[in-house]
Structure formats: C-alpha cells, structure tokens
Design a binder for this molecule. Sequence first.
Ligand SMILES: [Zn+2]
Ligand SMILES: [Zn+2]
Length: 145
Amino acid sequence: MPKLITGGCACGAVRYTCHAEPLAMYNCHCECCQHASGSVCAPILIMAAKAVQITGEPRFSTMSHDSDHPHHGFCHACGSPLFARSQYKEDVLLVKAASLDDSKWFIPVADIWSANALPWAYMNRHIPKVFKTPPVLEKPNAVTT
Ligand SMILES: [Zn+2]
Ligand SMILES: [Zn+2]
C-alpha cells in the first residue's frame, strides 16, 4: 500500500488523496455498484470520509436499486465512477479501487452484497461472502437512554 493513496477520473478533472489506510477493502456486488460501474461488481475501498481530500467536483446521483450505498459519485466531465456514499453512515466514503493511480496493491478481503451477485460473477472461493451490508456500513444502533 502506498504511503499516500491517490487517484482520479480518466480526464483528470476530479482527483483525490487519502490520508489514511482503508477501513476495509471489498468487492461489492450490490445492484448500485453494478450499474454505476457497468460491470459485474465494484472493487471498493472504504475510507474514513474525513481522510479523503477531493479536488474537482464529482457529481453524485442517487440510485433506487437495492444497496446500503445508493449515492454514486462520477466525474462531471468524463463520467468515470469514483465514489459512493452510504445511506446510513456519513463518516465513510467508498472509493472505487479501479480509479486509484496504482491499484495493484488492492486486495479484497470479502465479497459483499453476495445476495445480488450475478450468476456469471467469478468470485474468489477463498474469501468470505457477506450476504448484504458488512458491519462497517451498517446503520449505527439508535441510542436509547
Ligand atoms: Zn473526468
Ligand atoms: Zn455496492
């Protein structure tokens, strides 16, 4: 993992820098990630939102597919998929791993939203499957006092 994680869109209008290590790395099979990436799943880094500095203006659109992170951020100019936001946790930002300047070090530790995995999805049998939302993206328990 590089000391400073950097990445951006295809045209360079949106760039980002991550000042911390990812909280988790997954392959996400939710319907939103499939549609937003145009692919079978989206490799994602889950970052503390405050650790990610974005330059340029990604455009977020909210999807109505089954997911805990329906808000997906794209470059306004070239359309590259870059980010996703959780429905429940504002303090995390999902970063699409394929947008990293160097993504060779990325190692997914689980497949998440395997409930939505397409029949033709190739999944690594040696990593765990999380049926839907992983704990790091779960809705925090309501505090009752
Ligand atoms: Zn762009
Ligand atoms: Zn997803």
